[in-house]
Write a new protein. Structure first.
Length: 272
């Protein structure tokens, strides 16, 4: 294997994101696919990527555990579920691997454990790997510092009918950025639905509304509403490739970084 290539292992290769990540890595000139994992309930386990997933690789086998991947690898890429990703991080902390995690829906306890574990390995954790969305995060922070007085803020997100968590991890990240910018406690001011005679909108509310319909990949709108005007910042994902390209950019960036927890703002140099 070319030593200049970043060798990757993909967790959850049979998922929508997993399959696409594998395909893009196999087509990449900067990355190599060392192996993939999938859970034992999938009928592709033990098959080659070609036979199991229709990918152009007839040698690598789909295995259940990262420990079973025979080829050496540098970075683990995981877009799965919190329980699976926690196992990935435990493995990375013991095996001293790098990790890029795009999973959402972690509990507060899991996030605390992630912070602890990442002291033993370099990890990029982001609810959204899109470069456009991470630019939106920066814009939201800047706008919130300008439009502090006299403006209400609402977040609206739309995703496909199959998405299991709500609000989206991206919407929650936006809400956290706003709360930090305003000096508010999101647990106290976050409003996730409205129904009935609820009275006037409270000044400090941060509204987060979720829609689920069809095959929408992901849309996020941040609305700053004042008297007589409003400003909207909108991001629409037209393909999952925007998340994948960001994740693979992060996989190249994380190689050689010190142990610790990073996000895409770090990767893109937006945290300065």
């Amino acid at each position: 294997m070319d030593k200049k290539l970043i060798s990757c292992a993909v967790v959850g290769a049979a998922g929508r994101m997993g399959q696409r990540i594998c395909k893009v890595i196999l087509e990449s000139e900067k990355l190599a696919l060392a192996g993939v994992t999938e859970n034992s309930r999938k009928n592709c386990l033990g098959k080659t990527l070609k036979d199991g997933l229709g990918l152009p690789d007839d040698k690598s086998l789909i295995v259940e555990k990262l420990e079973e991947i025979r080829k050496p690898f540098d970075v683990i890429i995981d877009f799965t579920f919190p329980e699976v990703s926690m196992e990935t991080m435990l493995f990375a902390s013991h095996a001293k691997k790098h990790a890029v995690i795009g999973t959402t829906g972690f509990s507060d306890e899991q996030l605390e454990e992630i912070k602890r574990l990442s002291g033993k390995f370099p990890c990029v954790l982001a609810p959204n790997m899109s470069m456009g969305v991470n630019t939106l995060f920066k814009l939201v922070r800047d706008v919130a510092l300008i439009l502090k007085e006299g403006f209400d803020v609402e977040i609206m997100e739309i995703h496909h009918r199959y998405k299991k968590d709500a609000p989206s991890g991206t919407a929650l990240k936006i809400a956290q950025i706003l709360a930090e910018s305003y000096g508010r406690d999101l647990d106290q001011v976050g409003v996730y639905q409205r129904k009935g005679f609820i009275g006037e909108r409270k000044k400090d509310e941060i509204g987060i509304q979720s829609l689920r319909a069809g095959d929408v990949i992901g849309e996020h709108t941040v609305l700053f509403g004042g008297l007589g005007e409003r400003l909207e910042i909108v991001h629409k994902a037209q393909s999952r490739d925007c998340f994948i390209q960001g994740a693979l950019y992060a996989a190249r960036w994380i190689k050689g970084k010190p142990n610790g927890l990073y996000d895409m703002q770090d990767v893109l140099g937006l945290n300065g």
